[in-house]
Design a protein. Structure first.
Length: 297
């Protein structure tokens, strides 16, 4: 049976935090959830853009400032939060951008797409009730050159697409190890992942290369599914009754179709690599898994 958003039950009384929810698939997911009565918090870098998105979304939609490329901002967001979060959706990201660095000196794609969400999730975990959803990508398969000794691409020649693939592979390894730790801690929280397939969003039009941007937009108009379609795997991963550690994506060819559980690369299933990446991420961010706080719950 094909899953549709019509299967999402009433969400009144539930809180969803969506990073980067002011545009693209995050915006589309927020619209659906708010339409089901959820309180939706858009955690965004630009509150001006967030406020505009919130007005379009309607319902109980709020905006809070969060810059995932700055760990001080991540900590400020977590410190300023009070009350339960039913579902945290780690959606924001950058894709195939020129070499750059976060406020803390990390390579921009790895620092934003993985480390920012790693820190945010662990800081918020004591307040999360049900689920953490991380938006990955089938581009994780391009992360085969994953090098734990050079996560910032300082010794290798920087290549934007392999760097993006590395960051998306890190998202899946993060979910793998997070679920293992949650299970070991006896926590009921689940960790799931989703990828949108090939969706026409503004992410593809901000690679920092004008020619690449034009090609992406032309291809997107021709074959990609809409941002609304791309949001469905995220909504499936966030609301459907699926096991922790699951990975959702489109069920059709050409990265389109209804959401279902999908496979991942062998590297993305490497528990040992996931554990080592977690340790490296703790060292880089100074944020650790809150095992004691979860045990107290």
């Amino acid at each position: 049976m094909t899953w549709t958003t019509n299967e999402i039950p009433e969400q009144s009384g539930r809180t969803f935090v969506i990073t980067g929810g002011n545009s693209g698939i995050g915006f589309e997911a927020a619209k659906v959830l708010a339409g089901r009565g959820a309180r939706v918090v858009l955690a965004v870098r630009s509150t001006e853009k967030g406020d505009q998105a919130a007005r379009e979304i309607g319902g109980a939609t709020e905006v809070r400032q969060l810059d995932l490329a700055d760990l001080a901002s991540v900590r400020a967001f977590a410190d300023g939060w009070s009350g339960p979060i039913d579902v945290l959706i780690n959606n924001a990201g950058v894709m195939a951008v020129p070499l750059g660095h976060t406020a803390d000196g990390f390579e921009l794609q790895f620092g934003t797409n993985h480390l920012g969400h790693f820190a945010l999730t662990n800081l918020l975990l004591p307040q999360i009730v049900e689920r953490v959803v991380s938006v990955a990508s089938d581009a994780h398969r391009a992360g085969n050159g994953f090098d734990l000794t050079d996560l910032d691409w300082r010794r290798r020649k920087y290549r934007r697409w392999p760097a993006y693939g590395q960051s998306k592979l890190a998202n899946l390894l993060f979910v793998l190890e997070l679920q293992r730790r949650l299970t070991a801690a006896g926590s009921p929280i689940g960790a799931t992942a989703a990828h949108p397939g090939f969706a026409a969003t503004n992410l593809q039009s901000h690679t920092g290369n004008a020619r690449v941007d034009r090609v992406f937009m032309a291809v997107s108009k021709a074959i990609a599914q809409t941002a609304e379609g791309g949001a469905r795997p995220t909504l499936f991963a966030a609301t459907a009754d699926i096991p922790g550690g699951s990975y959702a994506g489109p069920d059709g060819r050409r990265q389109r179709g209804a959401p279902t559980l999908v496979g991942r690369s062998a590297l993305a299933s490497d528990a040992g690599l996931a554990e080592r990446l977690w340790a490296a991420s703790e060292d880089l961010t100074g944020v650790t898994f809150p095992a004691e706080a979860l045990a107290e719950d």
